[in-house]
Design a protein around this ligand. Structure first.
Ligand SMILES: NC(=O)c1ccc[n+]([C@@H]2O[C@H](COP(=O)([O-])OP(=O)(O)OC[C@H]3O[C@@H](n4cnc5c(N)ncnc54)[C@H](OP(=O)(O)O)[C@@H]3O)[C@@H](O)[C@H]2O)c1
Length: 171
């Protein structure tokens, strides 16, 4: 099962100048709890935005065109297919961004772990693909107000891709 996990603002924005839009402590915990013990797939730019390198307890698969790219604690892949084939940890495979990798994997993704930040950020330059709710079913939704550690209200949601009905056998 291939899942995307992402935090978007009201406009579907995900990043600005190579960084996240804001620091939401609860979302970082949610991300950690959800992805722990799984393979996570990311673009080279997202990997390089991590302050401490590879995320512990997960298989970090980094996609780049470069054939001499290496960093501690990562598996390097040179295409989406190679990244998916390299995933060895059990259960869901998580696509964790950024924009290029979300767009390239979107047709393969069957679950989206979505955090919606109730704010519009100025000058965002990275976005998640548009989610057409006719094709997705919201299976979980949990709203939270802003607090001392989270400057904006936010909602955790799980979306599952609706199954397209298989063609009826014509006699
Ligand atoms: N809000 C969120 O949940 C969230 C999550 C993750 C990231 N982000 C944000 O997203 C932004 C980064 O997104 P981005 O789109 O600029 O970068 P990205 O998707 O993280 O990485 C892009 C890089 O991935 C490699 N790549 C992409 N497609 C490839 C392919 N088919 N084959 C081989 N390599 C491929 C290329 O690396 P090379 O140049 O090395 O070839 C490319 O430059 C940042 O602002 C980040 O903070 C937000």
């Amino acid at each position: 099962m291939i899942s995307a996990i992402v935090a978007i603002d009201r406009n579907g924005a995900i990043g600005k100048q190579g960084q996240l839009l804001c620091h939401l402590s609860a979302d970082l915990k949610h991300f950690k709890n959800t992805t722990m013990g799984h393979s996570i797939i990311m673009g080279r730019k997202t990997f390089e935005s991590f302050p401490k390198g590879a995320l512990p307890g997960r298989q970090n698969i980094v996609i780049t065109h470069s054939h001499d790219y290496c960093a501690q604690g990562i598996t390097v892949a040179h295409s989406i297919d190679e990244a998916l084939a390299a995933a060895t940890m059990p259960g869901e495979i998580f696509v964790i961004g950024g924009e290029q990798i979300y767009r390239a994997t979107f047709p393969l993704v069957t679950t989206i772990h979505l955090t919606v930040i109730d704010h519009e950020f100025d000058n965002a330059d990275a976005h998640f693909p548009r989610i057409d709710l006719r094709s997705w079913k919201i299976t979980e939704q949990e709203e939270h107000p802003a607090d001392d550690h989270n400057p904006y209200p936010y909602t955790f949601m799980t979306l599952k891709r609706k199954k397209t009905p298989s063609k009826q056998l014509q006699l």
